[in-house]
Design a protein around this ligand. Structure first.
Ligand code: GLN
Length: 404
């Protein structure tokens, strides 16, 4: 294997999803919906293939989808988004972020990211010779739920080598939704570094709880031109296997993505793009008793958040302390070091031992949170594990029986 990939031959996803299957465990680990996607999504895919939208599309994105995305995001951002130059469609946000980093980072450049962070930011940065610089959030004190950002520490992370800043809201894994005040303060710091590009991962943009507002950094100050904001059809419509996402942002910043994407896969899946263009229109219409599909989805995740929270509070066999998320697909919990069998603790961190033990011995799978930290900060995640909110009601019923 190449020197570039040598250090990155492991991911939690390839360990824990097969482990859950092997032990026939309830999989509250990897974040993909365990319920069916909406019927209108299936129909849209049939309609798109029947209208022969089956060949390569325009490299930057299939025009009908780009036009729909321009409509949706122009009203959100209160600016006229150009579907030809300010949108890129990629093979999920994951490929999009990889293309953004390829287009932005030169060897030796620093990429500032807030930790914990979605695991792939770290190898994707390093593969292109970038140096990940982590700014860990301060965890909530027991009984509280809010993770906080130390702005002095964030400011201190920037220097003349900083090339990219990455932010994720609503956050994976901790479920933080950055407030308007927090985003404003981050934007003030970024205004002082005009050569820094901004990657804002907002794939859980529609999933916020307790009336919280999703705020995008793209609209603050004059950051638009150097920001790319990622969205995901997989997350919005529960079709993660379609692997279709997009970036919205200033034309120069988007061009960095499309140039990389053109040499990577040239274009994304056309029939999925055609279907998603149709789905974005349908999503605005009334849906199963809700004013639109997005409200229905938010309500579903809100219900599951409550179910999972109660389940974890009462899970006497694992004695964890759940932290209530403000948005997104996940709920983290602090783990109790006294429960697990000592054989699991050899040569590993506590969170990994706990997740392996719980999957193999109790039949419930979760994800260890030290996977979301840089090597020298891993101790910050060692007492935390992540449970998914995007599973079926029957999964939570089964997990409740197994854990209490
Ligand atoms: N985003 C999902 C998660 O966090 C899945 C990640 C993946 O499969 N790479 O669980």
């Amino acid at each position: 294997i190449s020197k570039k990939l040598e250090p990155f031959q492991y991911t939690v996803w390839t360990e824990f999803t097969p482990l859950a299957i092997k032990y026939n465990a309830v999989n509250l680990g990897q974040g993909f919906p365990a319920f069916k996607c909406p019927e209108f999504a299936k129909q849209a895919l049939i309609d798109a293939t029947n209208s022969d939208e089956n060949q390569y599309s325009r490299s930057q994105g299939y025009l009908p989808l780009c036009q729909e995305l321009a409509r949706v995001y122009s009203s959100k951002y209160n600016r006229e988004i150009n579907p030809l130059t300010e949108i890129a469609v990629t093979i999920g946000a994951s490929e999009g972020i990889m293309c953004a980093l390829l287009g932005m980072v030169n060897p030796g450049d620093e990429v500032v990211m807030i930790e914990p962070c979605f695991d792939l930011y770290i190898p994707q940065t390093a593969i292109f010779g970038g140096i990940p610089v982590g700014v860990p959030l301060t965890p909530p004190t027991p009984g509280e739920n809010q993770w906080t950002l130390d702005f002095d520490r964030l400011e201190a992370a920037f220097n003349e080598r900083t090339r990219v800043f990455m932010i994720n809201t609503p956050h994976n894994p901790i479920g933080k939704v950055f407030t308007r005040q927090e985003i404003e303060k981050i934007a003030e710091i970024l205004e002082k570094w005009p050569n820094v590009c901004i990657i804002s991962d907002e794939v859980y943009e529609y999933i916020t709880y307790d009336g919280r507002e999703h705020i995008s950094i793209a609209n603050f100050g004059n950051l638009w031109d150097r920001t790319v904001v990622f969205g995901s059809a997989g997350k919005i419509f529960s079709v993660t296997g379609w692997k279709t996402g997009w970036a919205i942002g200033g034309a120069d910043a988007i061009k960095k993505i499309t140039t990389a994407h053109m040499w990577n896969t040239y274009c994304s899946n056309t029939v999925a793009q055609g279907a998603i263009a149709r789905m974005l229109r349908i999503a605005d219409e009334p849906y199963i008793g809700f004013p639109n599909y997005y409200e229905w989805m938010k309500n579903e995740y809100t219900r599951k958040r409550e179910i999972l929270h109660n389940l974890l509070k009462n899970a006497t066999k694992i004695g964890v302390d759940p932290i209530i998320p403000e948005g997104g697909y996940f709920m983290c919990a602090r783990v109790n070091p006294s429960l697990i069998e000592s054989s699991y603790l050899e040569n590993t961190t506590y969170d990994f031992a706990f997740c392996r033990w719980m999957t193999e011995k109790l039949g419930v799978c979760a994800i260890p949170c030290s996977a979301f930290y840089l090597d020298h900060h891993k101790q910050d995640g060692e007492n935390l594990v992540r449970f998914a909110l995007c599973k079926d009601y029957k999964d939570y019923e089964a997990a409740e029986k197994l854990l209490s």
